[in-house]
Design a binder for this molecule. Structure first.
Ligand SMILES: N[C@@H](CCC(=O)N[C@@H](CS)C(=O)NCC(=O)O)C(=O)O
Length: 291
């Protein structure tokens, strides 16, 4: 099997979900560091326009969004099982993450470069107003505290579902990890009323990230070009579509369906730098339009 190539950057909270999964499963992987804003010239040839972080590549198969990334890792490396807690990703990635975004950027929004603020405004189709974030901070902190307390209340064992870590732990952990990494001066205050969460965070951090080995972006493009997708065509194969996220970073990706099922759609596309690749997206949270 071709090696796992993971396109990410260290401060990315969604990437941390996958890095922890690599840690729990003890996997070796190649680490390609990508920019934290557009342009991403070495990523676009692989994804065809999808710009979010992270992206996982296995040969000529490219997985966009942690939903399909975690599903593919579980399929290829089923032990130890993380289980099917996918619904919890929606809680972690939307209301809990959005309150974390508001809490974090109310604190550090002034310090990030103007290019980053413009990038995030464009990606969300809105604005990035530090003044508005600061004004909303008390409300955002209440929201954050409520979501954080859901986890505190649920921790009656070492992990959320018992004595072994499951996907639920990974989803829940992302926002705590990010708060601690992005606003270390505020995190102790936010975590103070959450003793079970603090102990569980230490257990989660102890899994580490598996065995990463750095890789140049150009080498990842060459690896795609040298490989052939292993995706197996289904009944819908050949239909031309565009696929786009339905929340933010909605840049559409065009291609021909290889297969589509309840959870995943895989489309084939060509690019001079990578040849023919198959790009995989989740169904939940993505729109598919006939081209
Ligand atoms: N639904 C996506 C969300 C990914 C996401 O929002 N990632 C953030 C970084 S953690 C992002 O893409 N930010 C803009 C960027 O990195 O260019 C997933 O689960 O992978």
């Amino acid at each position: 099997m071709a090696e796992i190539i993971f396109h990410h950057y260290p401060a990315s909270p969604f990437s941390e979900k996958v890095r922890v999964a690599f840690g729990i499963k003890g996997l070796a992987w190649r680490s390609v560091e990508i920019p934290n804003m557009m342009p991403k010239p070495d990523l676009m040839p692989l994804t065809g326009g999808y710009r979010k972080t992270p992206v996982m590549q296995i040969g000529a198969d490219v997985f966009c969004d942690t939903q399909v990334i975690l599903r593919e890792i579980e399929r290829l490396h089923p032990k130890p099982a993380l289980g099917p807690d996918y619904a919890l990703a929606f809680w972690s990635d939307k209301p809990f993450f959005m309150s974390s975004v508001a809490v974090v950027f109310a604190e550090v929004g002034d310090m990030v470069p103007e290019a980053f603020r413009q990038d995030r405004a464009k990606m969300s189709g809105g604005t990035f107003s530090v003044d508005a974030l600061k004004a909303a901070a008390p409300f955002a902190r209440d929201q954050w505290r409520a979501h954080a307390d859901f986890v505190e209340e649920s921790l009656s064992a070492a992990f959320l579902s018992g004595e072994a870590p499951r996907a639920a732990d990974i989803h829940a952990y992302m926002n705590f990890w990010w708060i601690k990494a992005a606003i270390p001066h505020i995190a102790p205050q936010l975590l103070e009323p959450l003793p079970k969460v603090r102990a569980w965070m230490e257990r989660m951090a102890a899994f580490g990230h598996g065995k990463p080995q750095a890789m140049e972006a150009k080498d990842a493009l060459d690896a795609a070009k040298a490989a052939t997708s292993t995706a197996v065509p289904g009944a819908e194969a050949g239909t031309k579509v565009t696929v786009a996220a339905d929340d933010y970073g909605r840049d559409p990706v065009a291609g021909e369906i290889v297969f589509a099922n309840a959870h995943e759609i895989a489309i084939r596309r060509r690019d001079d730098q990578v040849g023919e690749v198959v790009v995989h997206f989740p169904r939940a949270g993505f729109t598919v339009l006939k081209a």
